[in-house]
Design a protein around this ligand. Structure first.
Ligand SMILES: Nc1ncnc2c1ncn2[C@@H]1O[C@H](COP(=O)(O)OP(=O)(O)OP(=O)(O)O)[C@@H](O)[C@H]1O
Ligand SMILES: O=P(O)(O)OC[C@H]1O[C@H](OP(=O)(O)OP(=O)(O)O)[C@H](O)[C@@H]1O
Length: 213
């Protein structure tokens, strides 16, 4: 049985992805949730996990140093990397929206859009025929309209709490986001049986959870 390297995102996706793998019958150590180790071998499963920043997971998979990985659809849309998307895991569900101060219009010649997602934002505004100036930020995006840096933001919304607490309103729902299982195309060919088995086990759990929801 060939070894499988799985790139797992650290942070908010990790916990739900870890639970999903446990429920799919993978024997993962409990310490994995608390550990600071970035590479964890599970010899009984012949699996090796690498723990990466969510934005970096598709990089490891595209380069083939990880056979498969778990990444947010937001990251996949933003980066457009050459990876196979195998399964919607239906975890870390949220969406990308535009937002801004209430009762404001985008009348300027090139309204300023602050975002962590320059590609998604550019494509969206191009698609609706709006010429915009993109201002790339790395976080706390909601600050931008409040402080006069931008007319709109394009960012993740989950509960809507961050928008509300910062006095912003949603304008357009751009796209739904959830975490996806992705694979390196060559690994998918060479380790097809192992990867197909993993997808089958995960799919069963995902479908059961959707039914119970
Ligand atoms: N509020 C949210 N609710 C649910 N899922 C979210 C939310 N924000 C982001 N996500 C999903 O989780 C991923 C990012 O996770 P996380 O916030 O842990 O990483 P990050 O943005 O790199 O943060 P940091 O730089 O603080 O580590 C996103 O790519 C998206 O798919
Ligand atoms: O609708 P809500 O449930 O409030 O969630 C949305 C917030 O979550 C994410 O921020 P994150 O916590 O990752 O912080 P950062 O992007 O500012 O680093 C996102 O960028 C929004 O700010």
């Amino acid at each position: 049985m060939s070894e499988l390297t799985i790139a797992m995102p650290k942070g908010r996706i990790f916990e739900e992805a870890y639970e999903l793998l446990i429920q799919a019958g993978f024997n993962l150590p409990a310490e994995m949730e608390m550990s600071r180790k970035l590479m964890i071998e599970i010899p009984e499963e012949n699996i090796r996990f690498i723990l990466a920043k969510p934005m970096d997971v598709p990089v490891y998979v595209e380069h083939g140093v990880a056979d498969i990985g778990i990444a947010g659809k937001d990251v996949l849309l933003e980066q457009g990397r050459t990876v196979h998307e195998l399964l919607d895991l239906k975890i870390s569900e949220c969406y990308i929206a535009s937002a801004g101060l209430p009762n404001t219009t985008m009348d300027e010649i090139a309204p300023r859009i602050a975002t962590k997602y320059p590609e998604i934002a550019t494509k969206y505004y191009k698609g609706i025929g709006e010429q915009v100036e993109i201002i790339e930020l790395n976080g706390s995006i909601e600050l931008a309209p409040m402080i006069g840096l931008a007319d709109r933001i394009v960012d993740i919304v989950s509960t809507g709490r961050t928008l509300k607490e910062n006095g912003l309103v949603e304008y357009e729902h751009i796209t739904d986001v959830s975490s996806r299982l992705i694979a390196n195309p060559v690994s998918y060919r060479l380790k097809g049986a192992r990867i197909t088995d993993l997808v089958r086990r995960l799919k069963k759990i995902v479908n059961e959870q959707v039914k119970d929801a």
